[in-house]
Design a protein around this ligand. Structure first.
Ligand code: K2U
Ligand code: ZN
Length: 174
């Protein structure tokens, strides 16, 4: 089922997430809910803390358009094994910071290791948008948001806009 996405500022988005100790059907169901929530947003990535679960789980599918088949990835305990010196700059967004975009520079190519939904250890090299996205999602597990890479003034401006948005959303709910 679709999960509610937390909006910044929220202390849960700044916390270090716990490694997944044992895979379970409950965690697999959470991953499926996260994929459903991500596709509905729409987005190309989502991390468990964004739906209020402080576990090291991310989902992503950076396949663009209808040309290729979707490639939903579920990653438990993802970790970067290596990053290229060469960097890539991309205008990032975040489903927890709606309608705010800013350029972020990250390593262009990364080697990632993770546990898949069958409990198998996987490793893969990601480039392009996949590399940007998987780094953006792993940052979420460490309580880091893309606005943390921006200059303080720009970050404070975005945070102020989100505080205003949350107040308006809370008023609508009453
Ligand atoms: O983690 C999230 O909030 C989902 C992010 C993932 C992402 C951010 C920046 C760059 C790549 C991936 C996005 O909100 S998904 C929406 C999106 C789609 C395409 C490009 C940028 C952002
Ligand atoms: Zn995000």
């Amino acid at each position: 089922m679709k999960r509610n996405i937390l909006i910044h500022p929220d202390p849960r988005l700044k916390k270090l997430c716990e490694p997944v100790a044992d895979l379970s059907d409950e965690l697999r169901a959470l991953a499926d809910d996260m994929l459903e929530t991500m596709y509905d947003a729409p987005g190309i990535g989502l991390a468990a803390p964004q739906v209020g679960v402080m576990q090291r789980l991310i989902v992503l599918d950076c396949v663009k358009g209808e040309s290729e088949a979707p490639r939903p990835l579920v990653m438990f305990n993802p970790r970067l094994l290596a990053s290229s010196d060469e960097t890539n700059t991309y205008e990032e967004g975040c489903l927890s910071i709606p309608d705010q975009y800013a350029e972020v520079t990250r390593p262009k190519v990364v080697d990632v290791e993770w546990i898949d939904r069958d409990g198998k250890v996987k490793t893969e090299t990601f480039d392009g948008l996949w590399a940007t996205c998987v780094q953006h999602e792993i940052d979420h597990l460490d309580g880091k948001l893309f606005i943390d890479y921006l200059k303080p003034l720009k970050r404070q401006m975005i945070t102020r806009k989100m505080v205003k948005l949350k107040k308006e959303l809370a008023r609508e709910k009453v």
